[in-house]
Design a protein around this ligand. Structure first.
Ligand SMILES: [Zn+2]
Length: 110
């Protein structure tokens, strides 16, 4: 079993200290996420998303959710990819996002 190389915002909050490097929960990039203690949130320099903030530059649509599914599956199928490996937490977060957006986005836009 290998050491975990990156941390999500959830792990940082649970630990109540800054853990490095952080992994973006939106685009999966590692090392470009900066945690801001004053707002208790982190911002990703790659995709421009706040990790927890309600207001994001890229609105959640069926397309962004679909892209994230593809991204997560692709990373899972290519564990040697430079963007890092996908673990249970990634799938959990993806499923939570789908669940949270099910009525408002996924089924509402039919
Ligand atoms: Zn990102």
């Amino acid at each position: 079993m290998t050491e975990k190389k990156s941390y999500t915002i959830y792990e940082v909050q649970a630990a109540e200290c800054t853990l490095e490097p952080m992994k973006c929960i939106h685009c999966g990039h590692v090392g470009e996420v900066t945690y801001y203690q004053d707002i208790e949130d982190a911002h990703c320099a790659i995709c421009g998303e706040c990790q927890l903030g309600e207001t994001t530059k890229i609105p959640v649509t069926k397309q962004t959710i679909y892209d994230e599914i593809c991204h997560t599956l692709t990373d899972y199928e290519n564990p040697d990819d430079i963007e890092g490996t996908v673990d249970m937490v990634d799938f959990y977060e993806l499923l939570v996002k789908i669940q949270n957006n099910w009525e408002g986005v996924i089924t509402a836009q039919d």
